[in-house]
Ligand binder design. Sequence first.
Ligand code: IPM
Ligand code: MG
Length: 358
Amino acid sequence: MTRNYRIAAIPGDGIGVEVIDASLEVLTALSQRTNTFHLDVTRFDWGSDRYRRTGTFMPDDGVDQLRAFDAILFGAVGAPDVPDHVSLWGLRLAICQRLDQFANVRPTRILPGIKSPLSGVAKGDLDWVIVRENSEGEYSGQGGRSHRGQPHEVATEVSIFTRTGVTRIMRFAFELASSRPRKKLTVVTKSNAQRHGLVLWDEIAAEVAQEFPDVTWDKMLVDAMTVRMVLHPKSLDTVVATNLHADILSDLAAALAGSIGIAPTANLNPTGAAPSMFEPIHGSAFDIAGKGIANPIAAFWTSAMMLDHLGERDAAEALMHAIMRATDDPTLHTPDLGGMATTHQVTSAICAMLAEPT
Ligand code: IPM
Ligand code: MG
């Protein structure tokens, strides 16, 4: 029996379009190979072009249209002539918040053939999953500006931490840590300086930890965490942090694993009440857009996370396997990895691998 999934594809802006096109090619090759699932893809032209044309990034009922899908595959949003906070809140954050995709999951690994900038660190030494709180914290959108343009102009950006929000992300992180071989979780805060919201984090971490006696956990302040990531990468496994802290740590993690062109992410609504959204971390990268040299690996790994989430574990594994064969071949490295390969070359190579008999 062929399982059928409805996928909303939102390529968005810049290289988002190139890597999502490439991913759809690879996903088609994969579904032809396995014959066990079929993706029924609907493409949405939401993004900065639409904003310039109509004044909005997506239609008013856009988020509701997405509810009918099993998953969302997202490229990137952002363009040089549109302020970043406008594009972000117009599309990506609007979707994440309204579909309550509260768990952002960012795996980091050094894939075969990829060199970490850290000396003496090789494949296997760095295998992390960063869990980013994705619904509140510093990205709540609370605040305002008064006395615009005057010397005493004031702006507030209020972080919100709720017991519900912190408990659910903590539980998610402990569960994930418990499912991984090392069963280790590091809870990151800045609770020495941020003495309200992040002390609440510490308290809730200790409470939730009681439910997971199999997980060894520790606490780190975010500044010291950057040092530990660089100097003692092997000491880390699963990490949970606030929206902003994890945003910063995950860029560091991607760089330490060799390239931001590789890092994937999942915006999960773990309750299943609304679809989850999968996207490469890299963004629209207008400096290389249209040149055909974007690294599609992040979007492919993202697609593998989507398949895994849909329950297509074998397909996800087959795709990861092909991805690792590709990264292990320097002739398939795009310029971000110091190579000369094009998006198209990497994509066709992976499609060819997926067409090989098993
Ligand atoms: C990320 C990105 C975004 C974020 C930007 C584009 C606002 O950096 O997904 O990590 O901070 O959430
Ligand atoms: Mg970021």
